[in-house]
Design a protein around this ligand. Sequence first.
Ligand code: ATP
Ligand code: MG
Length: 147
Amino acid sequence: LVEEVLHSLKGKIEKYDLTLSKEVEEVEILGDREALLIVLMNLLDNAIKYNKPQGKIFLRIYPEEHLGILQLEDTGIGIPMDLSQRIFDPFYTVDKNRSRETGGVGLGLSLAKKYTELQGGTLTLLTSSEEGTAFKLSFPLAPESDG
Ligand code: ATP
Ligand code: MG
């Protein structure tokens, strides 16, 4: 699923001259494909859109106890940490002029959070500074088929 999302964003990543690196362990989670696509597309869209020229995106997937974790880091303009909750509010945008692309209405993160939580997961802003931003997603692992 992640590969599919990355493939569809390849052109956009190249257009912004960004470098993407990833460290992916096989993790099987319980979730809805379309909902997960929306979550990943929105987080990656932000990591691209709010990045700096020649910026980097780092994606890591790994299991942690009974959870599948996806961590997404970028080297973008950052989010003031006192807004760490507000950015998940519908129609909230940090600054009308900060997006290089027009048309951001401020729904991406609220959708991503809702769709994550509907699937029993969590989405949090881990850290952010002028050096960049890191989000963390966690989802329950799929029950093992051998029970
Ligand atoms: P939309 O996603 O609806 O097109 P948007 O990107 O403005 O619009 P959200 O995705 O909900 O809205 O993000 C809310 C705000 O949080 C953004 O306006 C932006 O200022 C900030 N933001 C989100 N992700 C990042 C990031 N990776 N780096 C810097 N700022 C971010
Ligand atoms: Mg967005």
